[in-house]
Design a protein around this ligand. Structure first.
Ligand code: 4AD
Ligand code: MG
Length: 462
């Protein structure tokens, strides 16, 4: 008999009333009352099923009840609707097989572990309720992103991971080499990268944007969604060395339209997750963040604020708040400033735009004031920067001048400039930090708890 998955069963259990079915899953708990026992089995659905095992019906009863939490089972039996019980139905077993035993050292014997303890058991933590909820939502949110862009004619592109250009120009790249680093070949006293695998120095990408823009200039609307890497020495709850970024790029599109797309996309994905992951969100609302559902509902129904960097600096200066980092026109905002704006002043997402050019990347559109660029970050309560984006500098001479001004090597970016040489146009794009989005959707406050095996400065497992 084929097994029924619990997600499908819970959606439609009335239809199985009195029918015999087979389920598989891992043991969450066993309660043995000598002649009757209750097994709780979980197969990855958020809800677990109760299997009733009667000693006079099941010949391997003694073997079943002595199994440890974590063991895997196959259970066959009749579905009994139980309107007065905690769970809406149970399975009265006619046959139960132990598929795989579990060692008594299984670390999730009971509920209520701290996230710090769970972090120390990365191979097992996905089997508990917290990670079940978080990783289901991560998956559903990724699907919602694809659905959103697919419905709007965007082409999904896979940009390279290994690259010879630093998109953000921040020098935070992980180098990739096959040279013998104990004794590298040298020329003129320097490492001779002409002998390296690609004949030059290369790294893991910090963003797919530059490569993506070449395809955007063929299809008009594209997005890339994949892993990105940053060797930032930031040991915070919002930075990982390896994270996923989702980057849409749109031709014939200025800054205002870009913000419209960002706002629509965020609301669309939140709504989709709220529809598909009700149980998971209720659980997170109860155990992780009591305001989560209310907050998500508010966001869907609110209009995001659009604020100039210069005005934000005024607000921060006049706030009378004591910030750790001083605010002056020209500084890069710290998380404390971003959070003050979104959490205290506006209490909703804020688009902050037109930043000083000195603190932003070379490719951003230079504004007429000569001081700022058409950059826009989306800041959200609880997280700070969720999205970074901009209108792109479409004027070849201006872009070349900026590359020179910043001391970047023109030959490293020459290929990218083909987009400006042939049919240049006003275009814009952004990058969503996907882990930060999952944090936002789940109320989880540390990026280490929304990645399966987080890679952060000084820490790697597996
Ligand atoms: O603002 P960033 O650096 O923008 C870019 O890389 C652009 N090339 C994107 C584009 O326009 N196509 O990064 C985008 C987002 C940030 O807003 C943040 O959410 C996330 O990526 N991010 C990180 N997330 C986790 N850990 C890190 N170390 C991150 N660095 C950036
Ligand atoms: Mg940024």
């Amino acid at each position: 008999m084929k097994r029924i998955e619990l997600r499908d069963l819970f959606k439609n259990f009335e239809a199985f009333d009195g029918k015999e079915i087979t389920v598989c899953g891992w043991l969450r708990s066993v309660r043995d009352y000598k002649n009757i026992a209750f097994l709780t089995l979980n197969d990855g659905a958020f809800k677990s099923v109760q299997v009733v095992v009667e000693q006079n019906k099941i010949k391997n009863y003694d073997d079943i009840v002595k199994q440890n939490v974590g063991a895997s089972f196959e259970a066959k039996g009749k579905v009994i609707i139980t309107p007065n019980a905690q769970q809406p139905f149970e399975i009265n077993a006619s046959e139960v097989k132990v598929l795989g035993t579990s060692d008594p050292s299984y670390p999730l014997q009971k509920k209520g572990h701290t996230v710090e303890f769970l972090r120390s058991i990365p191979t097992i933590r996905p089997r508990g309720n917290l990670f079940n909820a978080v990783f289901r939502i991560r998956s559903v949110a990724a699907f919602a992103i694809h659905k959103f862009f697919n419905e709007r004619n965007f082409v999904y592109v896979h940009t390279p991971i290994i690259t010879s250009s630093d998109c953000e120009g921040a020098g935070e790249m992980f180098q990739v080499t096959t040279l013998n680093m104990e004794n590298p070949p040298k020329a003129n006293g320097k490492i001779d990268y002409s002998q390296d695998f690609f004949g030059k120095k290369v790294s893991l990408t910090v963003s797919g944007q530059l490569h993506e823009e070449t395809l955007t200039h063929a299809f008009g609307k594209t997005y890339t969604f994949g892993p990105t890497f940053r060797a930032e020495n930031s040991n915070t709850s919002r930075h990982a060395a390896e994270f996923w970024m989702m980057e849409p790029e749109i031709c014939f599109c200025g800054l205002e339209e870009l913000m419209d797309n960002e706002e629509e996309m965020v609301k669309y994905c939140i709504k989709y997750v709220m529809e598909e992951c009700k149980d998971e969100l209720e659980f997170l609302n109860k155990f992780v963040d009591k305001d989560l559902i209310k907050r998500l509902e508010n966001i869907v129904n609110s209009k995001f604020v659009r604020l100039d960097y210069t005005d934000a600096i005024d607000i921060l200066k006049k706030s009378g708040k004591k910030f750790e980092y001083k605010v002056e026109w020209g500084v890069d905002l710290q998380s404390e400033h971003e959070r003050y704006l979104t959490e205290e002043v506006y209490k909703k997402p804020v688009f902050l735009k037109n930043y000083p050019k000195e603190i932003k990347a070379f490719y951003m559109r230079q504004n007429d004031d000569g001081k700022t660029v058409a950059a826009v970050d989306m800041l959200v309560p609880g997280i700070g920067e969720l999205i970074g984006g901009s209108q792109r500098e479409e004027r070849l001479e201006k872009l070349l001048a900026r590359i020179k001004e910043l001391g970047l090597k023109e030959e490293d970016y020459s290929w990218y400039l083909d987009t400006r040489r042939y049919g240049t146009n006003v275009h814009s794009g952004y990058g969503l930090g996907f882990e930060r989005f999952v944090m936002y959707l789940t109320g989880i406050s540390n990026i280490r708890d929304v990645e399966l095996f987080p890679r952060t400065v000084g820490s790697i497992f597996g």
